[in-house]
Design a protein. Structure first.
Length: 63
């Protein structure tokens, strides 16, 4: 299994659902948390839920 770097550059909401990070912007995408190594957020208009932040820390995903 490969580990990915995810770059968020547009306005969106990031939340957690059943082990997936859900990106809700112009379209909705899901990424399995175990596949993420680094999450880069380039926009100040991105909203993160507390549940997602907790899981990112638990799985040692760099933010």
């Amino acid at each position: 299994m490969s580990r990915r770097t995810i770059v968020i550059s547009n306005r969106c909401k990031l939340d957690l659902k059943m082990g997936y990070m859900v990106v809700r912007g112009e379209e909705t995408k899901r990424v399995f948390l175990d596949e993420i190594a680094v999450l880069i957020i380039e926009n100040n208009a991105v909203a993160l839920t507390a549940c997602l932040l907790e899981k990112l820390c638990e799985k040692k995903i760099r933010l």
